[in-house]
Design a protein around this ligand. Structure first.
Ligand SMILES: NC(=O)C1=CN([C@@H]2O[C@H](COP(=O)(O)OP(=O)(O)OC[C@H]3O[C@@H](n4cnc5c(N)ncnc54)[C@H](OP(=O)(O)O)[C@@H]3O)[C@@H](O)[C@H]2O)C=CC1
Ligand SMILES: CC(=O)[C@@H](O)[C@H](O)COP(=O)(O)O
Ligand SMILES: [Mn+2]
Length: 382
């Protein structure tokens, strides 16, 4: 039996993870959960699945949950990291949203854990630091949950074939504005942007999908997960989201992973790899599938995608600053205080001010850059 710590248990990935764990309750025990402030949802999960340890990031919520459950609730970043380091934990699923996921991932690696990673922001902001930490802690390893990265991971047979890759082809749905003319972008509303054509996900990633920053983040995530240079990473728009990504090998073979758009599939792969267990979810029926289509992305319309490639190529603290600026801007947009077109505009302004840092990158530099970019973005918005 493997003890699973689920960080971000109340979210979209968290909920799907609970389902997968329950479908295999002979193999996995939901040992600990964490969230930000959803007290009732956490209380329900804890009671239903006999969860042993709990953390709430938000202090008030932690106190409230302690009263509801009548037992100790960990709190804040310290609490998240305590769960990530718990000696009884075998697998840490990081399904937190945003840069808050970075330190728990690093702590889990430092404690030799298997990290099943949905929190792409971790890899984007701190990729080189993660490389160092994994090298220092050879017992630890990451299995990706992000659907595209799971597809690539599977095509690479768990990373064994990285050196044989010609390029990675990351698929993108294109989001709700794939067919909108750029002239209409000024008028995009929050409701328009939350209307993802395929996936039902948390709000932040849904806005990122609409701006295609999500695909940009995924390019950096792929670079850091699979050690593939940016010149060998392509993005292809595939509106049906049935092909989750592809790997072109140097012998001319193009491998793809297909499946219904259901995150429980990559979550289960991340938990059970290299084994493939039964999962109750929809199957793709090829004869009844509609056409599968593929297009070049429009880098002019989706400026965030171009900016992310630029941030990746510049390296250093630029990805951390880009990610932080984007988080602030998406939050403002969701609150109705920013135009959709202001997201790439201000991300670019922050990136222009970002210094090029060469040489070894430390965790302190990454976290400082994150803080600095948030302040800078707020400053631009005043
Ligand atoms: N949803 C999807 O299909 C996919 C998501 N991902 C990635 O997975 C991650 C999670 O996404 P998703 O599930 O959609 O997000 P959601 O917004 O649905 O859920 C986020 C979870 O994180 C918790 N959380 C948010 N902020 C904090 C904080 N400061 N401290 C502790 N917990 C916090 C929330 O708790 P609370 O409920 O209390 O707010 C919630 O449990 C993201 O990095 C996303 O990019 C990747 C691929 C697909
Ligand atoms: C399910 C998943 O992995 C998301 O990251 C998804 O890819 C978002 O859709 P887009 O392709 O529109 O960004
Ligand atoms: Mn994805």
């Amino acid at each position: 039996m493997k003890n699973v710590v689920l960080l971000g248990a109340t979210g979209s990935i968290g909920t799907s993870s609970v389902d997968v764990i329950q479908q295999h309750s002979d193999l996995f025990h939901l040992y600990a959960v964490a969230a930000n402030s959803s007290v009732n949802k956490v209380a329900e999960i804890v009671r239903k699945y006999n969860v042993e340890r709990v953390c709430m990031f938000n202090e008030v919520a932690a106190k409230e949950l302690e009263i509801v459950l009548g037992r100790k609730v960990l709190v804040g970043m310290e609490g998240l990291c305590e769960l990530a380091a718990d000696p009884k934990a075998d697998i840490i699923i990081n399904a937190l949203m945003g840069a808050v996921g970075c330190l728990p991932t690093i702590t889990a690696i430092e404690h030799g854990k298997h990290v099943a990673l949905a929190n792409k922001e971790t890899m984007v902001m701190a990729g080189p630091v993660i490389w160092d930490k994994l090298a220092e802690n050879p017992k630890s390893f990451i299995t990706p949950i992000d659907s595209e990265h799971s597809a690539i991971f599977q095509c690479l047979e768990g990373g064994k074939r990285e050196s044989e890759v010609e390029f990675l082809e990351i698929t993108a749905s294109g989001g709700p504005f794939r067919e909108w003319p750029i002239e209409k972008f000024e008028k995009i509303t929050v409701a328009d942007a939350l209307n993802h054509p395929v996936w039902s996900m948390g709000k932040k990633i849904t806005i990122d999908s609409a701006s295609m920053m999500n695909k940009g983040l995924e390019v950096l995530e792929a670079h850091f997960l699979f050690h593939i240079p940016y010149d060998q990473i392509k993005v292809v728009v595939h509106p049906q989201s049935m092909v989750h990504s592809l790997v072109q090998f140097r012998d001319g073979s193009l491998m793809a992973q297909l499946g219904a758009p259901d995150m429980r599939i990559p979550i289960q792969v991340a938990l059970t790899w290299p084994d493939r267990l039964k999962l109750e979810t929809k199957r793709l029926d090829l004869p009844t599938l509609a056409k599968l289509t593929f297009f070049e992305p429009d880098f002019n319309k989706f400026r965030c995608l171009a900016l992310a490639f630029e941030a990746g190529r510049r390296g250093g603290i630029v990805p951390s600053m880009m990610n932080a600026a984007n988080e602030v801007l998406v939050d403002r947009f969701l609150k109705g205080n920013l135009k959709f077109t202001d997201i790439p505009k201000y991300v670019e302004m922050v990136m222009e001010k970002a210094p090029n840092v060469t040489g070894h990158l430390s965790l302190e530099q990454v976290l400082e850059a994150d803080k600095e970019a948030r302040l800078m973005t707020e400053g631009f918005l005043k």
